[in-house]
Design a protein. Structure first.
Length: 425
């Protein structure tokens, strides 16, 4: 249990860190102010401020985020009548605004806020020391910071460093960078798997083992037989063979095999096995494994496995809408924990393989054109490019809110379904 929990947190942390670092890096390159880079959600545990960005670790290890200027609602930071403390720089401009009761600033100027503009003209005004006869306006430095109620110190967000001030191509690249980093992580992880295995292991359509009392054994299949067709469908790879057999659970099936250079037809009925709520056919064989230890094969493996998984996931997503949608086709944190538990039992290689698999999934899902996801943001960027003007912030906010609500509802349903599948079945 402890090993699984630690492995889960490490995997999830790496996925989030890599994804969010993609957004962070390209936002910085586009001169967009990244106010906060957070690993985890909820209450703050640790924070460190450097080069205009505050780096935080938060209590719940179930996500993370990059706060970019202009993509957040800062209306709650300052309110009319709110008492704050101002720290001035040598030029007499406000360098720091403290709104928190958790952090005390010495030699600060107490101010009861009345009005402010921290985006355009950069000023704040109100009653100094709370006295009605001491109404003051202070100019705010462009690089000033504000201490939020939970004690987190972040930079203010003037218009020139906000997300919308960057060019459209740079904004699109910033939105795409998260999924891109997940794909790069998958390539690296799959390459590392090949290195740790001593080469690229390839499953073929040639039988390496036949289970005793299995459908294959009863039909007379033998080690080194090649299954070249299933119901007259070519199966020149292990993946195609498994795909065809899995569809035939409980059904009479015709195999064309090659044995000692000669072809032969065999009929059998795959047994039905339930896996993750789905019924699949199995005949009780294992593939014969070949190994290629060349550097070229190892490097190529990272790219081919990642690309193959990307296309497979997109295909599965399309199938969900063309062949019928089921919650069993989706998995949330509970399913991820279950996969982690299984992978942790079989060593580091399987954990790294799971990391690659989840990284590709995270990248693909984030590219779906759903508001609040990176793909939804990219779609809005495309619409902006076609219209040659951005969608109004109000409309974009409504669209994003609807998308976020849909995702939250879907996550609740998926999580509940996962709990039933993995803990009550």
């Amino acid at each position: 249990m402890i090993t699984t929990i630690i492995t889960f947190i490490i995997i999830f942390g790496i996925l989030v860190l890599v994804h969010e670092f993609g957004h962070f890096y390209f936002a910085k390159r586009a001169h967009i102010l990244v106010r906060e880079f957070s690993i985890g959600m909820g209450p703050k545990i640790f924070s460190y401020h450097k080069n205009a960005t505050t780096y935080t670790i938060r209590l719940l290890p179930l996500g993370g985020y990059v706060r970019m200027a202009g993509l957040e609602d800062d209306d709650e930071t300052l309110k009319t009548g709110k008492p704050v403390t101002l720290i001035l720089n040598e030029q007499g401009q406000v360098a720091k605004i403290n709104t928190s009761q958790k952090k005390m600033l010495f030699n600060g100027i107490p101010l009861q806020v009345v009005k402010w503009d921290l985006e355009k003209e950069l000023w704040i005004e109100g009653y100094e020391n709370g006295a009605e006869d001491q109404y003051r306006r202070y100019t705010v430095d462009h690089d000033a910071s504000i201490i939020e109620e939970d004690g987190t110190e972040v930079r203010i967000a003037p218009l020139d460093v906000q997300f919308q001030s960057a060019t459209l191509p740079r904004r699109m690249l910033t939105n795409f960078a998260g999924p891109l980093n997940n794909f790069i992580l998958a390539i690296v992880a799959f390459t590392l798997v090949a290195v740790l295995q001593g080469g690229v292991l390839t499953s073929t359509n040639q039988i390496g083992k036949v289970a005793t009392d299995s459908a294959a054994a009863q039909a007379g299949l033998k080690v080194n037989d090649k299954i070249i067709e299933v119901n007259e469908r070519k199966t020149n790879t292990w993946e195609k063979l498994v795909t065809q057999i899995s569809k035939q659970g409980g059904k009479k099936t015709s195999l064309l095999i090659e044995r000692n250079g000669k072809e032969k037809k065999i009929e059998l009925t795959p047994k039905v096995k339930e896996s993750n709520g789905q019924k699949i056919g199995q005949i009780g064989i294992e593939s014969k494994i070949t190994k290629d230890s060349s550097p070229l094969a190892i490097v190529t493996y990272g790219f081919t496995e990642t690309w193959g998984m990307i296309t497979a996931i997109f295909g599965a997503l399309v199938g969900m809408f063309t062949k019928g949608f089921s919650l069993n086709d989706l998995g949330g944190p509970v399913a991820m924990y279950s996969y982690t538990s299984q992978a942790a039992k079989y060593g580091v290689v399987n954990v790294i393989r799971l990391l690659a698999f989840l990284s590709v999934n995270l990248g693909v899902v984030n590219l779906l054109p759903i508001p609040a996801l990176d793909g939804g943001k990219l779609l809005l960027n495309v619409v902006e490019g076609v219209r040659r003007k951005p969608i109004s912030p109000e409309k974009e906010g409504i669209i994003t809110l609807i998308g976020f609500g849909f995702l939250m509802l879907l996550m609740i349903l998926v999580t509940w379904n996962d709990i039933q599948r993995y803990f009550f079945n």
